[in-house]
Design a protein around this ligand. Structure first.
Ligand code: SF4
Length: 112
């Protein structure tokens, strides 16, 4: 059975994706090549999605979708590459840690 909390988290997640998509498109159009900063765990969107710079610090009770071994480096939304800090389509203008995680994690179909 799907809990009400999980449904609300899913609705929040989809809303944030929509907002981020619009804001990201606007930001990219307005500031091409602007320097990106590391994403702060205290960023409101990062907090809402449970972002941690170190995936090992994710509380599985708070985020039951988290599975050991999941990390930004294996997520479909992170930039391809090998850098420790990379862009993520959920957080335009920011850099996420390859060893991090958030509840927006999606399995990458191909190896980076
Ligand atoms: Fe990391 Fe993926 Fe979340 Fe972006 S969406 S912060 S790459 S887990």
């Amino acid at each position: 059975m799907i809990s009400r909390r999980r449904i609300l988290n899913g609705a929040l997640f989809m809303t944030l994706i929509g907002i981020r998509a619009v804001r990201g498109a606007t930001a990219l159009a307005a500031k091409p090549g602007a320097p990106r900063k590391p994403l702060d765990e205290q960023d409101p969107t990062a907090e809402a999605l449970g972002y941690r710079q170190d995936a090992r610090k994710v509380d599985p009770k708070e985020f039951p979708t988290y599975r050991s071994g999941q990390a930004c480096s294996t997520c479909a939304l992170i930039e391809i590459g090998t850098a420790r800090l990379r862009g993520c389509s959920l957080f335009p203008g920011k850099l996420v840690s390859a060893g991090g995680w958030c509840s927006g994690w999606q399995q990458r179909a191909i190896k980076p």
